[in-house]
Design a protein around this ligand. Structure first.
Ligand SMILES: Nc1ncnc2c1ncn2[C@@H]1O[C@H](COP(=O)(O)OP(=O)(O)OP(=O)(O)O)[C@@H](O)[C@H]1O
Length: 306
């Protein structure tokens, strides 16, 4: 099994511990997502896993054998957040060059370059210099460069950042396809997307793992109840709910109030009955079960969206 397993990963920058005692495992057929606010330590973790940063403590094994950064750079393909390519070189030209660096004979490197360009919708740009590509195409070239030697593990640092919808769809499809027989580690600011694609999620902040599990496990573990919008006059609703025990303080909105309720069905019924008794009109009710974003917000106190 081509598995990467890290234990106790730690990295310090001067007095700052950017990553502290992180354990993780990336196995073929799985997407592991690293979620965290800005500065949480995601990129530092990814850089250690892919052999571009050396940990101060901890161990990374590949196939049960301790792997040094040089070994990791061969078996883990990193697609970094920042665009990294040769702006003056043609797309195919640089993919062939990287293939040659990995030891592929020229015909095989050419074939691989053509295959990757096709897969990423860049065939028409094969001979175009990288600097002449659109932003979305540059990102896709970045992805292709990470995949030249077909490493068993692929790491994508915010692969969708700054992409237009068409490129985003292409990247999503590519990652889903790759995840069938590769191990994939990714970071993203789109929690809804992570909830959709990730098999495992690690929530990290201040360099420390706060929680880990499948998206469904995390959502059920924290038992955050349902988010309920009562539409009506916010002042009257607030008065009507005065003294009722809720999971969170009420959030006043222009068209009503938002609250969080455990065991929504029963609790909501009781609240609506109370409001009716008090003569507080409720125009409509919208209810949404807790999701991964709610868990993230609860654990980190921060939203990932701007
Ligand atoms: N080369 C470096 N020198 C000093 N401090 C660094 C260096 N790289 C990262 N840091 C610090 O380490 C911490 C973790 O940074 P990191 O880039 O890993 O976070 P991140 O979760 O990837 O953030 P973002 O979502 O903003 O990319 C931050 O406080 C950052 O300022």
């Amino acid at each position: 099994m081509t598995v990467v397993e890290a234990t106790g990963l730690t990295r310090r920058y001067g007095d700052l511990t950017a990553v502290s005692e992180v354990d993780l495992k990336i196995a073929p057929g799985q997407v592991l997502a690293l979620l965290g606010p800005n500065g949480a330590g995601k990129t530092t973790t990814i850089d250690m896993i892919s052999g571009s940063t050396v940990p101060d403590a901890g161990r990374i094994r590949f196939d049960d054998v301790v792997a040094d950064p040089a070994r990791l750079r061969r078996v883990v393909g990193l697609c970094p957040q920042a665009l990294e390519f040769w702006p003056k070189l043609g797309c195919a030209e640089q993919l062939v060059m990287v293939g040659r660096l990995y030891g592929l004979p020229r015909p095989a490197a050419r074939l691989r370059a053509a295959e990757l360009l096709e897969r990423l919708g860049l065939t028409a740009k094969s001979s175009a210099r990288a600097e002449t590509l659109s932003g979305g195409m540059k990102r896709r070239l970045n992805l292709a460069l990470a995949m030249v030697n077909d490493p068993p593990i692929l790491v994508f640092d915010e692969p969708e950042a700054g992409l237009d919808p068409q490129s985003r769809a292409m990247v999503r499809e590519l990652i889903a396809e790759l995840a069938q027989d590769h191990g994939v580690l990714l970071t993203s600011h789109d929690i809804a997307e992570v909830e959709r694609v990730a098999d495992q999620v690690i929530i990290i902040d201040h360099g420390t793992v706060l929680a880990e599990g499948t998206p469904a496990e995390l959502v059920s573990r924290y038992d955050l109840g349902d988010e309920v919008d009562l539409i009506g006059d916010p002042d009257e609703l607030r008065r009507g709910l005065d003294g009722v025990a809720l999971l969170e303080p009420l959030e006043e909105r222009s068209d009503g109030i938002r609250l969080r309720l455990a065991h929504s069905g029963e609790a909501l019924g009781a609240i609506l009955a109370r409001l009716e008794r008090l003569g507080v009109p409720v125009t409509s009710v919208r209810s949404r079960p807790a999701n991964l974003e709610d868990v993230f917000l609860t654990l980190t106190g921060r939203s990932l969206r701007g």
